[in-house]
Write a protein that binds this ligand. Sequence first.
Ligand SMILES: [Fe+2]
Ligand SMILES: [Fe+2]
Length: 344
Amino acid sequence: MKTKDRSESFHVLLWRTYLIQPCWLVAKSLLEHFREAHRVMKESYYSKIERQIDSFPSLPTTVAEVMRVVNNPESSAKELTQAILPDQSMCVAILKIANSALYGRPKKVSSIETAIMVLGFNEIQNIVLSKSVLSSFAEKLHRDDDIIDTFWEHSFTCALAAKVIAEHLNLQPPGEYFIGGLIHDIGKLAMLLTLSDEYAVETWLTGFSTTEKLKKERELFGITHQEVAGKLLRKWSFPDKLTFGLEYHHNPEELTENQDFALILQVADAMSFLLCQHSREEERDQIEENFSISQQLQELLPGIVEKWKRYKLPWDELPVEMWYNWLEIEKKHGSSILSILSAQ
Ligand SMILES: [Fe+2]
Ligand SMILES: [Fe+2]
């Protein structure tokens, strides 16, 4: 019996030493190899993205000039006019937008001077910044497909939603919220430009960015689209509020100031996702019958009501429903704005 036991334990030892252990070692070394390869790939994606951002051309001189004039409290409307006039396509865009249904002016705006008087310095700066960013990407992407259209539809709807909420909460200037919403996801476009083969547009360019999706994005590329946007806006010397708002639009609670700006972008993003999804007929009835807009937003953004209350922003069923209805109307009225801003 003892001999049998001994021979059994010998077999177990043999099995462990020559079969299991080598298999385990091979598996371990494969895993280490895989981890190392993944780390190298992530680092190379990250540095490629950084290089892409560095190589982005500066925005046109009009932008720098307009920002300089607007940020100087001593500036006059005449100086702002002089900063814009050399850029003919910018003048056309400003006049078209000033006369669009989005602003609903009763009288026709026919000169840049009047547009400045009617819209104000900040609104003009927002139009100039929006147009420069959109034209710059349109020029670089050379893509005209459905997925890019879907991306811009989401961004534009988010811009309108942010503006609607800011106007209702009396946050100034609403145009700043509009541009924040319009360019909130440009980091995704910069990633697409850099990693055109690796960046699967169906996965990354559209759809709602849940916490899990953001985690995956960082795991895969070493950086998230919101951080890429922050880097890009810093390179272009955009105002801090806008830069930080974009950089934290999925985690506004991590900001130390201007949290309300990022919080509104976060909700506008979710609201835009709902509206664009609801416009697809087959999904609309099914979702709308059972849940209110406020409930659907809370489903997408767990804990959002508590977060809003922490930063002294109001959240009630009725206004949220109202924002959504206004958004639907504004979207119908403002459909031409996107093509005006992205025209080269
Ligand atoms: Fe995003
Ligand atoms: Fe988004």
